[in-house]
Each structure stands twice: as structure tokens, then as C-alpha cells.
Design a binder for this molecule. Structure first.
Ligand code: URA
Length: 193
């Protein structure tokens, strides 16, 4: 969180709702904190809200979100096991990629979400999440599908679901990556790791 306030969901929600740390805060309809289980073992992290997310105040509710939801359901992910958030909490104009300074200004909110939820697995959806949370060295095409462990958290990067809408060939690797995430989730839930 920004400033000295205690870390809890109320403070985080208020902080994000009133945030003016970057220019995106003055252009949004709604900030978009996240959706899903606050006791999740796994967090998905996307890029930032699009038009529908801005209108509804929820992440991944447009076409990319429907694709993600369908894939998670097909792989039998239990909604109690995951939470979905973004690197930036306010919509970039014209859905442009968030600027590095916008991501930097917003990252403490995501860190607060990590601290509250304490996920054991973080799946980066696309290069913005991968760059900000894992590494800026490799492209998403090279980095995807590989586990990286930092302390007791497992990171996996994959394509952003919106990329699948533009390029069908990304669907299979995306599906394989989500299967890896589900396997790891099951191992953690079964106490194997
Ligand atoms: N794309 C994202 O990265 N996040 C959303 O919430 C919606 C689309």
C-alpha cells in the first residue's frame, strides 16, 4: 500500500478507488482491483482493464476474460482456488499498453494483494505482467511455460488471453501452460510441495 495505513482489504480498496498516482486515475470510470477468492492459492495477473472492465469495475469480463474463464472451467479449476488481478488498476486510454511509470506507480497495490492473499502460484498473463513480476530479459514467447521459484512462490508466465484472439496458434501453448498451473495447484493442495 502507499503510505503508512494498515494493510487490509478496506484500506486497499479505498486507496485504489481514490488513487491519483498516475494519469490513468483521472481518466477511468472505475478502478479495477480484482475478482475471485481472497484465500486463493493461485493468482492470475493480467495487464490492465479494458473498456468493459472500466465500465464494470471488474477484471477480465470482456472477450479475453470469457476466453480465460472458459479455459479455467474446462480444466476444472475451482473458483475457490484463484484470484484475478492486473498490473495497473485503471484503464489506459485506447487500451494502450501501460507505460513503465504507470506500472511502477501501481505495483504497490498488486504487492498488497500478494501480501493479503499469500498465493503460492502466480501466473503472469502476457508480457506486461511477466516484465514487471519476473524478468524483462526474455520475450513472452521464450519465457512462457517455465516455472521460476522465488522464495516459496512459483511463477509461471503465459500468453495474454487477448493474444489468442488475434493469433490462433497461441491457443495450444496457452492451454498447456494452464495445465501446468493446474498440476502445480493440485500438488500444493495435496501437500506434495
Ligand atoms: N486485459 C487485461 O489485461 N486485464 C483485464 O482485466 C482485461 C483485459
Amino acid at each position: 500500500m502507499n503510505g503508512p495505513s494498515e494493510l487490509n482489504w478496506d484500506n486497499l480498496e479505498n486507496g485504489v478507488r481514490n488513487c491519483r498516482r498516475c494519469v490513468l486515475g483521472s481518466q477511468r470510470l472505475n478502478s479495477v482491483l480484482g475478482r475471485g477468492s481472497r484465500t486463493a492459492t493461485l493468482m492470475f495477473v493480467g495487464e490492465g482493464p479494458g473498456r468493459q472492465e472500466d465500465e464494470q469495475g471488474l477484471p477480465f469480463v470482456g472477450a479475453a476474460g470469457q476466453l480465460l474463464d472458459t479455459a479455467l472451467e474446462s480444466l476444472s479449476f475451482d473458483p475457490a482456488d484463484y484470484y484475478i488481478a492486473n498490473v495497473v488498476k485503471c484503464r489506459p486510454p485506447m487500451n494502450r499498453t501501460p507505460l513503465p511509470e504507470e506500472a511502477a506507480a501501481c505495483l504497490n497495490y498488486l504487492r498488497a494483494q500478494f501480501a493479503l492473499i499469500k498465493p503460492r502460484i502466480i501466473v503472469c498473463l502476457g508480457s506486461v505482467a511477466h516484465t514487471n513480476l519476473v524478468s524483462s530479459e526474455e520475450t513472452i514467447t521464450r519465457a512462457r511455460g517455465k516455472w521460476i521459484q522465488k522464495k516459496d512462490v512459483w511463477f509461471l508466465s503465459t500468453y495474454h488471453p487477448a493474444a489468442l484472439l488475434r493469433d490462433e496458434t497461441k491457443k495450444l501453448p496457452f492451454w498447456q501452460d494452464l495445465k501446468l498451473a493446474k498440476q502445480k495447484l493440485d500438488e500444493i493442495k495435496n501437500g506434495q510441495i
